[in-house]
Ligand binder design. Structure first.
Ligand SMILES: [Fe+2]
Length: 577
């Protein structure tokens, strides 16, 4: 008989939190996973208990809550009090001031409400709305959930496991030893000594929003250069290396306090909006990225050398930093690396759902098409009812490739929704990668954002050697590679203009035969086995989930065509209709 476990994430401190997700595992295999934001149509799924998302998962898997053996919540309420006590001690001994005292008051309030209500009872009450029989509920800490998501599906028997983010219950970086017996915590860097928090403060200083703009700072860093003055100033207050210490910037415990400290340190104001960056600001992004990379590499080197195990598994929000991942991949001391593709907090649900299985029983990470799918007949009925004309080509993959080769911007909605931050062809906006104007028009008409922002490609895995320097298996768009110099001019829309790197999805027939076929046909027509691929959502919106979401996004964006399973809707046909 099968064992079914349901994992999900709830919030740290502020009730149900952000970036919630739900994952169902059966006998150590991921069978369904979806982000709450995509179900409730709020990008980060903020502030609500994930009942609707759990219900979606159960419905699409034809199961009920009473069929689930265990529920594992990726959060440990008891550890929260460790952070609380650290924070209390810190505020009492160091930082004084009205704002800090207010922060303390809020923490105390949250803490007591949480204690009073009782997290477990509260979860039980919510789940009982779905079923009379609620399975046993267990807790797994935030970082252990990240670590499980990195190690269990890595395929490694032994590994050094690194988890890094803004903060878990009380920890912000943790080094683990993974073995067939599970995970052992080796070292903890407690909040607020957090590289994630430090990076977020710089993100805010540069005018972006923390917990949203970090990837943009990483992109900006590629336009920056080594700047000794910035490096010297920053490194005069923070310690870089295996014993890193960021608290000179972070121990005010608030983003705005950290920004004020940077303002004082550099004697210049923070940016109001993330526009028209000066070279100094680009250099600040570069030096911030360098500090992150230097610290992380030093930690990895130290613990790999100590353990004489050269496999590395990596997760947590910082593992979404693909420039950092490239550096880790290319050093001499890491032999094999697995980066959990859902490295951010959505991946907490993966770790939680897999944690009760023997690590050796857990299936190696496979395709990420783990979300809902929709019946093609229902889609056609929906289009007809809404008087939206469509055509049914005999070979929809070939028709898609033709549209792309003719310069159309195409939304593709096919099969199961991807889990994680990257669209991998099933809820993607696709375009011809051969011109810079292609990148500019996707930014302008579709994504409504700055025209310099780079895009990533989908490349046929068979052509990886031709286009990339030293490629490795990379099906998830989490790794960056240098582009072969003679190929840069061939695919300018998907090469970062600052450093000539790219963050590809290497598409195999095995992971996604239909999408592989589209690119294959595109190559037949153009000789280029590459497509520009960006997520099917407008700026600030969650990725489309249902056909109705896709149709509504299609009409609100400058897309030319929409592929919905085996039919195609085109704006040119609508105009003549
Ligand atoms: Fe996290």
């Amino acid at each position: 008989m099968s064992t079914r476990t349901l994992g999900f994430k709830i919030g740290i401190t502020r009730f149900w939190g952000v970036n919630q997700s739900v994952c169902l595992a059966v006998d150590g295999k991921l069978s369904f996973a979806v982000e709450q934001g995509r179900v409730v149509r709020d990008k980060h799924g903020n502030g609500t208990f994930p009942n609707q998302t759990i219900q979606t998962a159960l419905m699409h898997q034809n199961t009920t809550l009473s069929d689930i053996d265990r529920i594992i919540v990726g959060y440990h309420p008891k550890l929260e009090s460790t952070r609380f006590m650290n924070r209390l001690r810190h505020i009492m001994t160091g930082v004084e001031g009205t704002r800090e005292r207010l922060g303390l008051f809020r923490s105390i309030t949250d803490h007591y409400i949480e204690q009073a209500v009782g997290t477990r009872r509260c979860i039980q009450r919510h789940l009982s709305e779905l079923s009379d029989s609620v399975p046993p509920i267990e807790f797994l800490s935030h970082h252990q959930s990240h670590a499980t998501s990195a190690f269990y599906p890595s395929g490694f028997n032994n590994a050094i496991v690194l988890t890094m983010d803004f903060a878990g219950e009380y920890d912000s970086t943790v080094v683990w030893r993974g073995s067939p017996n599970g995970l052992n915590r080796i070292r903890t860097y407690p909040f607020p000594n957090s590289l994630g928090f430090f990076y977020s403060i710089v993100t805010e200083f540069l005018g972006y929003q923390a917990l949203n703009g970090e990837g943009k700072v990483m992109g900006l860093a590629a336009y920056g250069e080594k700047n000794d003055q910035i490096a010297k100033t920053l490194r005069s207050v923070v310690d870089v290396g295996v014993d890193y210490d960021m608290t000179a910037i972070t121990d005010g415990l608030r983003l705005d306090t950290g920004v004020e400290r940077l303002e004082k340190l550099f004697d210049r104001g923070a940016k109001e909006t993330p526009e028209q960056f000066t070279q100094w600001e680009k250099d600040l992004a570069y030096e911030t990225q360098r500090i992150l990379e230097d610290c992380t590499e030093a930690i990895v080197e130290e613990y790999i050398n100590k353990s004489s195990c050269d496999n590395l598994a990596f997760a947590g929000g910082i593992a979404l930093n693909c420039k950092l991942n490239k550096r880790l991949r290319n050093n001499d001391f890491v032999e094999n690396i697995f980066i959990q593709p859902i490295a951010g907090d959505a991946g907490i649900a993966i770790g939680a759902s897999l944690s009760k299985f023997d690590p050796r029983q857990v299936e190696k990470m496979g395709p990420l098409y783990l979300g809902p799918s929709y019946d093609p007949n229902t889609i056609q009925e929906y289009l007809s009812q809404n008087k939206i004309p469509y055509r049914c080509p005999s070979d929809v993959e070939h028709a898609t490739a033709e549209l792309l080769a003719n310069g159309s911007l195409v939304g593709r909605f096919t099969g199961r929704l991807e889990f994680g931050p990257r669209a991998l062809g099933n809820r993607s906006i696709l375009a011809d990668p051969r011109t810079v104007s292609s990148r500019k028009s996707v930014n302008k008409y579709v994504k409504h954002r700055e025209d310099w922002r780079p895009f990533a490609p989908s490349i046929l895995a068979e052509a990886a050697d031709e286009y990339l320097c030293d490629p490795v298996v990379a099906p998830y768009m989490v790794q960056t590679f240098d582009v072969e110099p003679e190929k840069i001019a061939e695919i300018p829309a998907v090469v970062h203009p600052g450093d000539y790197t790219t963050r590809p999805q290497l598409v195999t027939r095995d992971h996604n035969p239909q999408y592989h076929q589209v690119i294959d046909y595109f190559e037949d027509i153009t000789d280029i086995p590459v497509l520009l691929n960006t997520s099917f959502n407008d700026n600030g919106e969650p990725i489309v989930n249902t056909p109705a979401d896709a149709i509504s996004a299609f009409f609100s964006m400058g897309l030319d065509a929409l592929v919905l399973e085996d039919v195609i809707v085109e704006k040119s046909a609508l105009a003549s209709h």
